[in-house]
Design a protein around this ligand. Structure first.
Ligand code: 13P
Length: 257
């Protein structure tokens, strides 16, 4: 298997005002100083900040992503934001199927699949999230749940070039809890095997599979060098440039201090 370049994406969720954009400028400055992380870096602010964030990041190595999209191009869907609108605002990627949307908004695998297709239609990378709840974890159903989510949410058209899978155990999000590295390795290996069944070995061996859930500067080196982990989707610790860069610095050689 050829080496996969890692991706670290920050999901700001429903956080951030214009005044928060200083964190992006700070991150940009940190990314310019040596040593530079050997990883792709992305920030996904709320939709209201995309245009201004694109200006702050213009000409930098930090990509801009969005957090959700409507499956359709346009129309009478009050409050909806299409993938085309996100691309127009400067995004190159969009998160789809985050557990907070699956749970808060009742999003089904079929809808997540349609949103991923909308992302491709607009020329965006789809970051497709999967993950089991605490109850499913306790019941030993993790792999079954993930298989079902992947089968339903990953379109046949998905390719490694425009698709990233993010494994985010719901019980690890914002809780400070994380699976053991051995559990992460098992689950990521399983996800890659399911992706191989769905899309073929060529795509699965090149596809980035991110881990998400309570990734911090203090645990990043333990979680991100696990086999089949190709980066992270970071929530809370992406809001401060110092914390986010602390995570990125595990990809620096020599490590940033
Ligand atoms: P935390 O890093 O805050 O646990 O959030 C993870 C997440 O949901 C990223 O999408």
């Amino acid at each position: 298997m050829t080496a996969i370049r890692p991706l670290v994406a920050g999901n700001w969720k429903m956080n951030g005002l214009g005044s928060t954009l200083g964190e992006l400028a700070d991150l940009r400055a940190r990314m310019k100083a040596a040593p530079v992380p050997d990883a792709d870096v992305m920030v996904c602010p709320p939709a209201t900040l995309l245009t201004r964030a694109a200006e702050v990041l213009d000409g930098s190595d930090i990509a801009l992503g969005a957090q959700d999209c409507h499956p359709l191009v346009s129309g009478a869907h009050t409050g909806g934001i299409s993938a085309e609108m996100l691309a127009d605002a400067g995004a190159t990627a969009v998160i789809v199927g985050h557990s907070e949307r699956r749970i808060d908004h009742g999003e089904t695998d079929a809808l997540v699949n349609a949103k991923a297709l909308a992302a491709y239609r607009a020329g965006l990378t789809a970051i497709i999230c999967v993950g089991e709840t605490e109850a499913q974890h306790q019941d030993g159903k993790t792999l079954d749940v993930l298989r079902g989510q992947l089968q339903g949410s990953v379109p046949e058209e998905a390719r490694a070039a425009d698709t990233v899978i993010a494994y985010e155990p719901v019980w690890a999000i914002g809780s400070g809890l994380t699976p053991t590295p051995a559990d992460v390795a098992e689950v990521h290996g399983f996800i890659r095997s399911v992706v191989s069944q769905l899309l073929g070995e060529g795509e699965s061996s090149a596809m980035r599979i991110l881990y998400g859930g309570s990734v911090k500067p203090t645990n990043a080196s333990e979680l991100l060098f696990v086999p089949d982990v190709n980066g992270a989707l970071v929530g809370g610790a992406s809001l401060k440039a110092s914390d986010f860069y602390g995570i990125l610095s595990v990809y620096c050689d020599p490590p940033a201090t």
